[in-house]
Design a protein around this ligand. Sequence first.
Ligand SMILES: C[S@@+](CC[C@H](N)C(=O)[O-])C[C@H]1O[C@@H](n2cnc3c(N)ncnc32)[C@H](O)[C@@H]1O
Length: 238
Amino acid sequence: MNSTLFSTYAQDYDRLQPLRVEMYQFYHELALDMVPFDTDDEFRVLELGCGTGNFLQRVLEKFPKARCVSFDYSIEMLEHASQKLANYSDRTEFYQRDLHDGLPSELESFDLVSSFSTIHHLFDDNKIRLFREIYDVLRSDGWFFLIDPMSTRFDEDVFRQFRRRQHLRLDSRFKRAGADIKDAERINTMVSQISDDSPEKDRIARFTQHIEWLKDAGFRSIDHIWHLFMEHFIISRK
Ligand SMILES: C[S@@+](CC[C@H](N)C(=O)[O-])C[C@H]1O[C@@H](n2cnc3c(N)ncnc32)[C@H](O)[C@@H]1O
């Protein structure tokens, strides 16, 4: 067992993350609805930062011929994902990887690359390189689904008001679920204490920069599908 942030969090992730992140279920469902294939299509998905496999589970259930390859830094997250998706083991491959190192060179091509709440952990130069590698690994016309926190300019009062709302809503979600708010505080403390050189540290970049980097990587279309406060969903096409 390694003692990284997400490895420590892995066992509680499925219980706490949908309570911590207001729109967690919503954006996974939205992304699933946007998967551009018919139920019987054969296609390949690359998931970057699969966590406990929540998006993959939805894809594998809905599309019986989809095949998925996943990377994540945390071995414990990968273990949870592979246990949860044991019924789909003939269609899934899991690999431990620090995405600061980019993608392995020997990968085959994919129809869809998805990455939710992960790329913001990378240094900006590594985000830029990863976007280029994602472009390269996609088949022509392929799709890249990116959901991640990104910063935008807010009026200070608007920002403060939204933060206040977030705290109130967090509290009420935990109460409604009969969960202990101290669990959320424990995770937040772990996040705030993570060392500056950790590969899992939050390194949130501006929304407009992401758009520039995706353009520079070569994507021919970049659509902003949804956002709430700092969470953004962008679909790019090769
Ligand atoms: C907030 S979780 C999101 C997991 C999943 N995508 C989801 O939507 O539930 C962030 C994930 O990114 C992984 N991660 C963090 N830093 C990483 C890195 N440098 N390379 C690869 N994965 C990383 C963590 O282990 C964790 O599984």
